[in-house]
Ligand binder design. Structure first.
Ligand code: ATP
Ligand code: MG
Length: 385
């Protein structure tokens, strides 16, 4: 059974969707991440549902119960049923028919085992009734409980169908695997043999998986194995894991918020923002971080000008480069600096000064104030030295 404290078990909106779809006696199941995470006691996962009902039947039954339906991915068998303002994705059982290696091609099915066989890993091929009874068509429950990442079927075949599964293998390893176990050697052989297929994937899909991989509590073993199998070089040419271990160690030592962008900066590499299709905000953060890690003003000044996160992450990367373990007390002054307010305003000098002269005067005073670690008061600054 699914643990009773699992959030989705007591989600009234979810229950309304399930009741609507079961009105004619048909089945609907929770599947994938939400079942896996419930079994492992991990909160907060998105709910995905699977059913032998066709998308048209799902739509008809939901609308008959007064629920709104959005045809999010009808071609792939997915509709979103909205209850109480929340949308739930319901996908018709599918089976693989043919593939181009970039995305599996599927047909609808009414057989749960067929639907399970097209999923990537055994721990992702688990189903549950809305009441919490687990259905395990492929024996994935044991793998899930022992935190083993195993391809459904033969690794080589499954990778050739969709090369993104290489990255998902490492992502799920980083998040879920029992770290004492190491990697399945057959899977690694298949991955190394097919790494060139990664180049056919879209930057969006690669970027999404890489961000999630890098956000894992400890992505180092997965990334080291990706480097060893040639996967990392394919995805991010010029990157290297050397700095990652020290950076993660320092990040943990300082009890900092884990941030995938800091980890990505530690990896380096060329054209990273394009290769991972980063948002302009994330790309900007990464650029600033990569510049600041090797040169630039003291981290307190970075905190004042660009905010606490960038400064703290710069501190981590600079320390990793210098092979130095900073004291956690180094973060306090960065918090202070990030909130510091320059105590002087342009109007303090008007009308006496204006234009360039005013700008230069303010900049010089701000520099003095920064150099004083933000301690000089307004009066001290206004008094000529
Ligand atoms: P998360 O909690 O990170 O969302 P998830 O397992 O739900 O994890 P999704 O990417 O949301 O991951 O996919 C939902 C489910 O769809 C997976 O659990 C898996 O069964 C299946 N799936 C997703 N992508 C693939 C793929 N590339 N190949 C095969 N099955 C896949
Ligand atoms: Mg999911």
């Amino acid at each position: 059974m699914i643990p009773p404290e699992t959030e989705w078990l007591s989600d009234a909106n979810l229950r309304a969707v399930c009741d609507a779809l079961r009105a004619a006696g048909d089945d609907v199941y929770l599947v994938g991440g939400c079942v896996r995470d419930a079994i492992l006691g991990i909160p907060g996962s998105d709910v995905d549902m699977a059913t032998p009902l066709s998308p048209a039947e799902v739509t008809r039954l939901a609308e008959a119960a007064g629920l709104k339906v959005v045809p999010t991915g009808i071609a792939h068998g997915t509709v979103t049923v909205v209850a109480g303002g929340t949308g739930y994705e319901v996908t018709t059982f599918r089976k693989d028919v043919a593939t181009d290696g970039r995305r599996a091609v599927v047909a609808f099915s009414t057989d749960m085992a067929e639907d399970a066989r097209r999923r990537d890993f055994t721990l992702n091929a688990l189903y549950a009734t809305p009441e919490g009874r687990i259905l395990d068509p492929l024996g994935g429950l044991e793998d899930c409980l022992s935190r083993r990442i195993r391809f459904v079927g033969t690794a080589r075949d499954r990778i050739r169908e969709d090369y993104l599964r290489i990255l998902r293998f490492f992502r799920f390893h980083a998040w879920y695997a029992d770290s004492s176990r190491g990697f399945d050697e057959d899977a690694l052989d298949a991955i190394a043999a097919h790494a060139e297929g990664l180049e056919t994937l879209s930057a969006e899909r690669v970027g999404q998986e890489m961000r999630r991989l890098l956000a894992a509590p400890d992505p180092a073993p997965a990334l080291a194995t990706m480097q060893r199998t040639g996967v990392l070089q394919r995805l991010l040419p010029g990157s290297d894991i050397t700095l990652l271990g020290p950076a993660l160690h320092i990040e943990a030592h300082l009890a900092m918020t884990q941030d995938w962008r800091m980890r990505l900066a530690a990896l380096g590499g060329l054209d990273v923002a394009e290769r991972l299709r980063l948002s302009s905000k994330d790309a900007q953060h990464l650029t600033v971080l990569r510049e600041a890690m090797s040169e630039g003003p003291p981290v307190s000044e970075i905190a004042y000008r660009s905010g606490y996160d960038l400064a703290a992450q710069t501190l981590v990367l600079r320390s990793a480069l210098a092979n130095h373990l900073p004291d956690p007390s180094a973060l306090g002054p960065l918090k202070t600096a990030a909130q510091a307010q320059f105590p002087i305003r342009a109007k303090d000098f008007m009308p006496g000064l204006s234009g360039k002269a005013l700008g230069a005067r303010l900049a010089a005073l701000e520099e003095r104030w920064i150099a004083s670690d933000f301690t000089l008061t307004r009066e001290e600054l206004m008094t000529p030295d």
